[in-house]
Design a protein around this ligand. Structure first.
Ligand SMILES: [Zn+2]
Ligand SMILES: [Zn+2]
Length: 331
């Protein structure tokens, strides 16, 4: 099978021919229909997540937003051959640590992440633990479903962590924010979008999705925010979001990596404002989110690239040239 291999940090991915992987007990093999390209893939590519996680597998197949059909099964798997499934970032958890024991497997002490500790979906086939896959139903194409596996799912968890506040600010209007905006609008919230200063296309895109206001991240919103979610990996946005937030407000950092957060006056945090991060996902998040997605009528805006063009897709994401989500599609 064809796969895009990360052999060393910072080196371009290399298209190689690999043996088709065989599923072990409890695993399925998936014929990949599409795999989303996440900001985290870019951070792994750049070697930026090792402060948060143990070192990745090497060489490694990136990609933790895989959608495809089960093509082979190991022993003890309930999923059927031909069934469409999605493989998220959480590829396994230990089941024994205190976090796993408290329904907080997203914080597991010995997690296995897809496209990091386990080979992911930048390939024609991928193997995954069946217990961590989600059924992907409905008419939506594989490419349009793929971004739901992380951009959607982590976005969903971030929105829950942001609390029920009505006025929601989204910093960085990419794959995740354009999905979260739809969830928030469905709940009757007022969505305000912040993009890179001067990114008029991005701001127009946010207004098209339904944001009541869109501007540069250096601008103050027209109304104080009850909550903000920071998707961009830019630490200086945290104090900016805090300043835009009303008393009691919450600032959620949704990414796995961020540049350093500059110091700021305590007065900006005063008033019971909260800053928190969101890490990974639980399978319960996935079950809730995949039940909710069709009810909301979520629509992902995607730009597809052939599997062969994985490096171009990463470069486009890095440059902020992707409107919505980048998705790789095997030929
Ligand atoms: Zn991701
Ligand atoms: Zn655990």
């Amino acid at each position: 099978m064809k796969a895009q291999l990360l052999e060393a940090v910072g080196q371009p991915l290399r298209l190689v021919e690999l043996e088709r992987p065989e599923p072990g007990p409890g695993q399925v093999r998936i014929r990949v229909g599409a795999c989303g390209v996440c900001r985290t893939d870019l951070h792994v590519f750049d070697g930026e997540v090792e402060g948060n996680l143990a070192a990745p597998r090497q060489p490694l197949v990136l990609g933790h937003q895989t959608v495809g059909r089960v093509d082979a099964r190991g022993e003890g798997v309930a999923l059927s051959v031909g069934q469409r499934v999605g493989v998220p970032w959480l590829g396994g958890s230990c089941g024994a640590c205190s976090y796993c024991g408290q329904q907080r497997e997203n914080l597991c002490d010995a997690p296995r992440f897809t496209g990091y500790h386990l080979d992911g979906g930048f390939a024609e086939y991928a193997v995954a633990d069946a217990d961590y896959c989600f059924a992907v139903e409905g008419e939506v194409s594989d490419a349009e479903a793929a971004p739901l596996l992380c951009a959607g799912l982590i976005g969903y968890r971030s929105l829950r962590m942001a609390g029920p506040g009505r006025r929601l600010g989204l910093y960085g209007f990419g794959a995740s924010a354009h999905i979260v905006a739809q969830l928030a609008l469905h709940e009757g919230r007022d969505v305000m979008a912040f993009t890179r200063p001067g990114d008029e296309e991005g701001q127009a895109f946010a207004r098209e999705i339904g944001a009541s206001w869109a501007g540069g991240s250096d601008e103050a919103p027209p109304r104080a925010l009850d909550a903000a979610i920071v998707f961009a990996a830019v630490g200086s946005l945290v104090p900016a979001a805090l300043r835009a937030t009303a008393k009691g407000g919450v600032v959620v950092c949704a990414g796995i990596h961020m540049s350093d957060i500059p110091s700021f006056p305590y007065a900006d945090l005063w008033g019971e404002r909260v800053i928190r991060s969101v890490a990974n996902l639980t399978r319960q998040d996935g079950r809730e989110f995949f039940a909710l997605a069709p009810r909301v009528g979520l629509r992902c805006s995607v730009e597809t690239f052939p599997l062969e063009s994985a490096n171009e897709a990463l470069a486009a994401l890095r440059a902020g040239r992707v409107q919505g989500a980048a998705v790789l599609v095997p030929g």
